[in-house]
Design a protein. Sequence first.
Length: 203
Amino acid sequence: MNQCIELMMREHELIVEVLASLQAMAEKLAAGSQMPRQDVADFGRFFRDFADKCHHGKEEDRLFVKMRQFGFPQDSGPVAVMLAEHDAGRQEVRGLLGIGAGAGPLNEAERERVIECASQLVPLLYGHIQKENNILYPMAQSAIPSAEMERLDESCEAFDEQIRGQLDVAGLKKLAAELMRRYPTDPAQLAVYGGCGACHSAA
Ligand SMILES: [Fe+2]
Ligand SMILES: [Fe+2]
């Protein structure tokens, strides 16, 4: 497996762990516990900056662009589905950030909105990651010649270097660990959202 694919699969692992923590927070809210508004802001920031800018950014700017050169259009087929799912996720993350930016304790409507955003985002991104791990990335590896995959490794490395100049990526990983400490849970519970019957046969 190429270095960039391996790295993106490791990023998926971290994203899944934080999705599980977000679900744990939403479950506590649904059970009537009050949660600090800052925690909602922190989840929003992790998904905006790490999952989206760092990870989806790399897929969209580097991997998907390379896939287009080898027969995967961006406006139909699997890449188009992935792009649409990135956009759908952004909408829910904006919802979390909007509430996180407010002041005072979360009111009833805001609590419900956080639960709603989490209930959309968690299965969406979890299912998305399963599709990429089990279908899209293997398809990319088999369609793109190995010399081109090596160029993609370099290009992804350059992307990460650029992102590290704009964002505190190490700080975002610490934020993820902190969120998992605040809302510990077992990410394996998310397997219920697999929803990808073709994944295993395609893998
Ligand atoms: Fe993606
Ligand atoms: Fe991904």
